[in-house]
Design a protein around this ligand. Sequence first.
Ligand code: SME
Length: 152
Amino acid sequence: MTPDYALLARQLEALLDTRDWLTNSAQTCAFLMQEVPGLNWVGFYLQRQPELLSLGPFQGKPACHPIPFDKGVCGAAARTRQTQRIDDVHAVADHIACDAASNAELVVPIVIEDRLWGVLDLDSPAKHRFSEEDQAGIERLAAVFAERSDLA
Ligand code: SME
């Protein structure tokens, strides 16, 4: 179930051959959806206004927008700037259910020069889908995206 994240990091570096964050974020979503097993949604939420996340490029069903910093798993990632790895989203009181099929969630904050640019959000129908190894791997892929993109 756990993909070879070192290989995925090299492949993503090769795929992101522009500095354009919009192109790169769309490519990153498609790449993750294709290469990481067991996902039903992958996408970026961007901080474009204070304390508010706006839906960015994603793969999956239409999703919730906007998300305030004080709500949900994405809000917690934005607020604390810590990755949120949730085994069962239904155990999280203020989880925002965009799709009833989602059961586990991993949200990685993307911080550039001490400013929160946005978050990368992965959802899975399988409870306990994301291990510590997945967390480290996805954090590495989020870092590849951030390093290879001009994040305005
Ligand atoms: N479940 C998230 C909302 C975003 S969707 O999963 C696409 C949350 O609680 O923040």
